[in-house]
Design a protein around this ligand. Structure first.
Ligand SMILES: [Zn+2]
Length: 56
């Protein structure tokens, strides 16, 4: 299961969430920070995805 990395612009912390691709596709625009519950978060591209996304 892939791990998605996020960066919170509010509290300036990084966090990781492990979830299925389908779950990520559904919730990627509503992802909230684990630390402060802000939705002002930015996606960090992981090495895992950088490899797999070349196929498409
Ligand atoms: Zn935060």
């Amino acid at each position: 299961m892939p791990v998605y990395e996020f960066y919170c612009k509010e509290c300036k912390k990084e966090f990781e969430i492990q979830m299925r691709l389908a779950e990520y596709e559904q919730g990627k625009d509503q992802q909230k920070c684990l630390h402060c519950d802000s939705s002002n978060v930015e996606r960090r591209i992981s090495l895992f995805e950088a490899k797999t996304s070349r196929k498409s």
